[in-house]
Design a protein. Structure first.
Length: 423
């Protein structure tokens, strides 16, 4: 079978380690399922990105939607990054992580009036609008609050990023942003509004994009558009290219930040703007593992099944996007490989983690690692089947920290009760 490793998640004497801590030790102490993240993987990815673009005036805003663990948010903030928050809930978490609103971008296709007010009241760095109606809404709310709101408008450059349709966002038919064809007129109209400081243009063409070409094509279009808008006397100070930078889940060969910088910096140089980036997955995905345990194995005339204690409730991506997460034993054994479906305990046929996988034959109680689980994993978890969310550990060298405990049944009830008078 194939073993997935990187500099911070690798086998030592046939035992899988996160930095200097073995997964076996973590499973023993915290149980399974369990999320484990490598601090130094995330730090390295951030620094690699920042170094690649060090020649230009830029700022990196970590997309909290990919992993909103408070300590992960704080890590990127401490490294000098801002945070891209997509909802009032992410704003709240980011504040709790100690980040100031002036280091946050407020994004999202359907921000409510309450969410916009929150952003204006707390003076977030920038509110990114995705429709004319939203810009008017921001203007009205800013007027009510006696403020002038800093606004960028998201434009769809209409370039196909060749990724999964569910994570394609830059086409004209997608629900996001406004079409490039309407952009100049809309910027002129919005620039006249009294309580808006229209200062940015924004794109985000999709996620898990592994080729540079869609970025180059989109950025060329957006730079041309920005020049047209600036020629109308509108002061565009920021150009935000969003995130979406792809990672290796199996055999992908994504570009590096260095490759991206080499292709894009000469195009950015044509603009006198600060460049914003909103990476999520590329900073965290391959620094995370969902650790699980085999509960049962079984076979019939058609299939082998390995039933593990993690499910779609902890890792939804295989069920909703048929996404691939490599699955491997924590302790490498010498048994023959088999082909098996790796499935969870939830009552859905769609609850699987891997289909037709070549994997060492495993037995009950053996530990398995679901790789690349640092992004769009815990954030998409649910309590379906009344399952408790797992704890999250961050490893730093030979130290490890419990950042969030396993949920209890009491957490599941929160404020729910049998009410008087109903029965
Ligand atoms: C507006 C915006 N910015 C940034 C991101 C982060 O994308 P990724 O995690 O693929 O880098 C997303 C993800 O969907 C997004 O919608």
């Amino acid at each position: 079978m194939h073993y997935f490793e990187n500099e911070h998640l690798k086998y030592q004497n046939n035992q899988l380690y996160c930095e200097s801590v073995s997964f076996e030790k973590l499973a023993h102490e915290f149980g399974t399922p369990l999320y484990v993240y490598s601090k130094n993987f995330m730090t390295d990815r951030y620094k690699e990105f920042a170094n690649a673009f060090s020649k230009i005036n830029h700022k990196i805003f970590f997309a909290a939607k990919s992993n909103f663990n408070l300590n992960v948010i704080k890590l990127f903030s401490d490294l000098g990054g801002g945070i891209d928050v997509n909802s009032a809930g992410e704003f709240f978490r980011t504040i709790k992580a100690g980040v100031k609103p002036k280091d946050m971008l407020l994004t999202g296709v359907g921000k409510s009036a309450e969410e916009i007010e929150l952003g204006i009241k707390h003076d977030v760095l920038l509110i990114k609008a995705e429709s004319l109606g939203e810009v008017y809404q921001i203007n009205e709310l800013a007027q009510k609050l006696g403020k002038k709101a800093p606004v960028a408008i998201r434009v769809t450059p209409d370039v196909d990023p060749k990724t999964h349709p569910y994570i394609t966002t830059g086409l004209t038919e997608s629900k996001f942003g406004i079409p490039a064809s309407q952009a100049v007129d809309m910027f002129i109209e919005c620039n006249g509004l009294s309580h808006i400081n229209l200062c940015g243009i924004d794109m985000h063409i999709g996620s898990q994009i592994t080729s540079i070409d869609p970025y180059v094509e989109s950025v060329i279009r957006m730079v041309e558009l920005t020049k047209l808008i600036q020629a109308k006397g509108i002061n565009i100070e920021h150009f935000d290219i969003g995130g979406g930078f792809g990672v290796k889940y199996l055999k992908e060969t994504p570009f590096t930040p260095g490759d991206l910088a080499e292709a894009l910096v000469p195009i950015f140089m044509q603009l006198d703007c600060e460049i914003y980036f909103e990476p999520g997955r590329s900073l965290t995905a391959n620094g995370g593992v969902l650790l699980s345990k085999v509960v049962y194995t079984k076979s019939n005339e058609k299939k082998n099944f390995i039933v593990i204690d993690a499910a779609m409730t902890e890792l939804l991506r295989p069920s909703i996007y048929k996404a691939y997460h490599h699955i491997q034993p924590v302790v490498r054994n010498t048994k023959d490989d088999i082909i098996a479906d790796i499935v969870g305990p939830v009552c859905e046929s769609g609850d699987y983690l891997g289909k037709d996988r070549t994997i060492e034959n495993m037995e009950s109680d053996e530990l398995v690692a679901l790789m690349s689980a640092g992004a769009y994993a815990m954030v998409m978890s649910s309590n379906y089947n009344a399952r408790c969310r797992p704890p999250e550990i961050i490893v730093d060298g030979d130290k490890y920290f419990l950042t969030r405990s396993r949920e209890s049944f009491e957490h599941l009830l929160y404020d729910e009760k049998i009410v008087d008078g109903l029965h």
